[in-house]
Design a protein around this ligand. Structure first.
Ligand code: GLU
Length: 428
């Protein structure tokens, strides 16, 4: 009885880790490693600005629903704020704060001339019509219009937002500004000055970093197996490139459950099944498994590509993958990180592994500002080079100091941001 209670309580506690506390814990432990000036640590622990807006939206049935939207701007010492907008029922201010801080580290580790921000609206986009989503998006853009700008803060998509939503943001902002401002938001449709390669960028980057890790571990290319948790934009493209490069995709999942076939799964065929049925489950060429089972499969590469806190102290010890490439933001808790490091699992941290998205957003923004556009090959080769260089840099520091890749990435990122703050000084 006592054990059962303990288990239930433990499980509840694990799920109740506040993501912002997790982000601050990560920052504080790196501050110790680099002997960070305590004044700068105090600055970095808090976002510079937080916008909360209550958004009345006319629903299709004639009623008015008031949604809550956020934009948290964590730091802009290295350049304009940058980061996505998430539409999800579980969005909270603390989650957006954590995600904003992680964006500051992500742009810094990639050496992009940006800071970090994140937005979110607490809503369930899966239950809303296209018209309702459009009205919500335009209302949100209206509410944050004074705080976004191509040189101030540049939003992009995140969980459950897409290029159509970016198009509405661009249109609303441009209409209010009285001129076309494509550079105010990234990951727009190609027809509206989006960039070639942006759609596949995050998943592509996730697999590029996994491929570099495979090389470092000296693993045989023909024996690589991959499991992806989630089958949204990030996981799908990670699976696509894994398959293209001759690795075997053996498992995938979504919120309804997972599927597994040790002989391999064709990612394009699986996407077709998901589009037809609404889920990856019941795919005729694989057997159903749970999301928990997927995480514990014996594979070469595991891609947690959906949401936060799926690898915790509860299941970290059961993970059998050799490499984890974090497609999602914050999928591993600090306690789980320690366990994985002791087990010798190479974790490519989110701020590096999934940085292909924001890096290609940067390439899109550069194209928008100069009004000159590159081909897909050009964009993806620029992206690949940046991902490989950043991976090398993080890997080298992790080996030199005998620390995990997340700590190494944080050392690089936090040092760069701290230096920028120090050089700029505090004013007024
Ligand atoms: N939402 C993505 C991320 O977490 C992309 C951000 C962007 O492109 O600005 O990195």
């Amino acid at each position: 009885m006592y054990e059962l209670l303990n288990y239930i309580l433990g499980d509840l506690m694990t799920r109740l880790i506040n993501p912002f506390d997790m982000a601050v814990t990560q920052l504080t432990s790196v501050a110790k490693l680099i002997d960070l000036d305590p004044n700068i640590l105090e600055i970095l622990k808090k976002p510079k600005r937080e916008i909360i807006a209550h958004l009345p939206v006319k629903m299709d049935d004639g009623s008015i629903k008031v949604f809550t939207g956020y934009r948290v701007q964590h730091n802009d010492a290295r350049g304009p704020y940058k980061g996505g907008i998430r539409y999800h029922p579980n969005v909270t201010l603390d989650e957006v704060r954590a995600l904003a801080m992680w964006m500051t580290w992500k742009t810094a580790v990639m050496n992009l001339p940006y800071g970090g921000a994140k937005g979110g609206i607490t809503c369930n986009p899966l239950e809303m019509s296209k018209g309702e989503l459009e009205r919500l998006t335009r209302r949100y853009t209206y509410a944050i219009r004074e705080f976004i700008h191509p040189y101030i803060d540049i939003p992009a998509p995140d969980v459950y937002t897409n290029e159509q939503i970016m198009a509405w943001i661009m249109d609303t902002y441009s209409a209010l500004a009285g001129r076309n401002e494509p550079g105010v938001v990234t990951a727009k449709p190609i027809e509206l000055q989006g960039s070639e390669g942006r759609t596949e960028a995050t998943g592509f980057g996730v697999m590029v970093t996994a491929r570099e890790a495979i090389k470092k571990l000296g693993l045989n290319n023909s024996e690589i197996t991959v499991a992806v948790q989630g089958y949204g934009n990030v996981s799908y493209w990670a699976a696509y490139y894994a398959h293209k490069w001759g690795y075997k995709l053996v498992a995938a999942s979504d919120s309804k459950g997972g599927i597994y076939n040790p002989d391999g799964i064709n990612p394009v065929d699986l996407l077709k099944h998901k589009r037809e049925t609404g889920s990856v489950i019941n795919y005729p060429k694989a057997r159903n498994i749970s999301n928990e089972e997927l995480l514990e499969l014996s594979v070469t590469v595991l891609v947690p590509g959906a949401i936060e806190e799926v690898i915790t102290e509860k299941n970290a010890d059961n993970i059998k993958a050799k490499i984890i490439s974090e497609g999602a933001n914050g999928p591993t808790t600090p306690k789980a990180d320690k366990i994985l490091f002791e087990k010798g699992i190479l974790v490519i941290p989110d701020i590096l592994a999934n940085a292909g998205g924001v890096t290609t957003s940067y390439l899109e923004w550069v194209q928008n500002l100069m009004r000159y556009y590159w081909s897909k090959e050009e964009v993806l080769s620029k992206l690949e080079k940046r991902m490989v260089d950043a991976f090398e840099c993080v890997y080298r520091i992790s080996r030199e100091k005998n620390i995990d890749m997340r700590s190494a990435a944080y050392i690089i990122a936090v040092s760069r941001v701290a230096k920028a703050i120090e050089l700029r000084g505090i004013w007024p």
